[in-house]
Ligand binder design. Structure first.
Ligand code: GUN
Ligand code: ZN
Length: 440
């Protein structure tokens, strides 16, 4: 044990097996740090240090709270980069595919978010459900209604979460009751931006639903907004489904590709999240990589709606900024473990082995990097906000048995990824404070 004197400002020390990532394990040798008997030192909601218990213990002041999670694994809170909160109550709706599913379940449900009290109630349940699943940050979709974004921001603020959302913009090819216009969509978005963007831990995403539901005028307005707010996030869908891709080609005959529609309006840049990105060609992938935009890979949704398989070989060959997302309610689970499970199998179908280490990286640091927030969340680097979760290798009898046989970190993480769900989440901390996760 070293003799470093206690650091007086440290208020909390959390002991357990500690893992976080510095780089992508697919491309770097020393991509992660792991301490079997590890310690996190926290002050004022931020990480002061992470390391070996023996080398850090002397820095714990006598009056600090020491929390013992030995035997459990502490990792940064998960970051879900594409999830629709208004679709919480229509998750698992049977449908033959995306466009039918949108018309039959999604749009009628989203209509209800015109009612602020309804929006607030669902937003509250949704944020608790994220936390119950160990997701401490997310890039969230609201509906076309301004009040729906207000509701999600308010519920996130109440829980002190680092969250992003935006009001959906769509001015054609959708029911009248969900339609804005190029003008009102831009005005409402600008109003929300002025009130919520960078307010505490919150930030705004400019949110055109997808190319088919926006006129050229609206896409141009999105581009103008993006220019006016250079640090705003952007989120949309791209190349998710074959019928949708065909439709976009008909609607935008001059565009080189679906992705090119967005590019023409200045919507490809760092901080832009493109959901699905299945049907891309080589030029699209190169352009995506060069632009610094990110892919939100949504494997449970892509399987559920029969949309297709994300190509990890091509993704890696072009060094795409890929992240992991649930896409609830097209996606079938709030759990990032279930999402990893599906991601692994989708990759396998393409002859690609997606390791558990990589999947944990994708669900934490990769998302933080894509957000430009790697100095804030997604790892235990000094100064990061102390959002972290505690995973229980004994969570269920079967997980306990498999954990008992795990000889490597990869095997333990893989057991979580293949067998895990909300039951694995033992505790959740937000800004260093334990969250009372409601047990439903
Ligand atoms: N494309 C346009 N809107 C949606 C949506 O709500 N979910 C999914 N999965 N794809 C979409
Ligand atoms: Zn989506």
């Amino acid at each position: 044990m070293t003799t470093t004197p206690p650091t007086p400002s440290i208020t909390r020390a959390i002991r357990g097996r500690v893992l976080h990532f510095l780089h992508d394990p697919q491309f770097h040798e020393d991509a992660y740090q792991y301490w079997e008997d590890g310690l996190l030192l926290v002050t004022a909601g931020r990480i002061v240090a992470a390391g070996d218990y023996t080398s850090l213990a002397s820095r714990i002041p006598a009056d600090a709270e020491v929390i013992d999670h030995r035997g459990k694994l502490i990792v940064p809170g998960f970051i879900d980069t594409h999830v629709h909160y208004p679709q919480t109550d229509i998750i698992a709706s049977p449908s033959p595919g995306l466009l039918h599913w949108l018309d039959t379940y999604t749009f009628p449900e989203e209509r209800r978010f015109a009612e602020p009290e309804y929006a607030r109630a669902v937003a509250g349940f949704f944020t608790d459900e994220l936390l119950r699943n160990g997701t401490t940050s997310a890039v969230v979709w609201s509906t076309v209604h301004k009040a729906s974004a207000d509701a999600l921001f308010a519920e996130s603020e109440q829980r002190n979460l680092r969250m992003i959302t935006g009001k959906v913009m769509m001015d054609r090819n959708c029911p009248e009751f969900l339609r804005d216009t190029a003008e009102t969509g831009a005005r409402d978005s600008a109003d929300l931006l002025s009130r919520w963007h960078n307010k505490g831990r919150l930030a705004y995403a400019i949110t055109p639903r997808f190319a088919p539901t926006s006129t050229e005028a609206q896409l141009a307005a999105c581009g103008e907004l993006a220019k006016a707010y250079p640090d705003a996030f952007i989120q949309t869908h791209v190349a998710e489904n074959r019928d949708e891709v065909k439709w976009v080609a008909e609607l935008f005959p001059d565009a080189r590709s679906y992705l090119d529609v967005y590019d023409r309006y200045g919507l490809l840049r760092p901080g832009a999240f493109y959901g699905h990105a299945i049907y891309l060609d080589q030029d699209d992938r190169r352009r995506l990589a060069d632009s610094g935009a990110a892919v939100a890979h949504c494997p449970t949704s892509n399987l559920f709606l029969g949309s297709g398989f994300y190509d990890f070989h091509q993704s890696d060959a072009n060094r795409l900024n890929v992240t992991l997302a649930t896409d609830v309610g097209g996606g079938t689970s709030f759990s990032m473990f279930r999402t990893m499970n599906a991601a692994h199998k989708v990759a396998r179908m393409g002859g690609y082995h997606l390791t558990a280490l990589r999947m944990f990286y994708l669900a934490t640091r990769a998302a933080a990097e894509a957000l430009g927030w790697s100095n804030r969340i997604g790892s235990f680097s000094e100064g990061c906000e102390a959002d972290f979760i505690v995973l229980d290798p004994q969570a269920t009898p079967l997980i306990a048995r498999r954990s008992g046989r795990s000889e490597t970190l990869e095997e333990q993480l893989f057991a979580f990824a293949m067998l895990g769900d909300d039951r694995v989440i033992d505790s959740v901390y937000v800004m260093g404070e334990a969250v009372q996760v409601p047990i439903v």
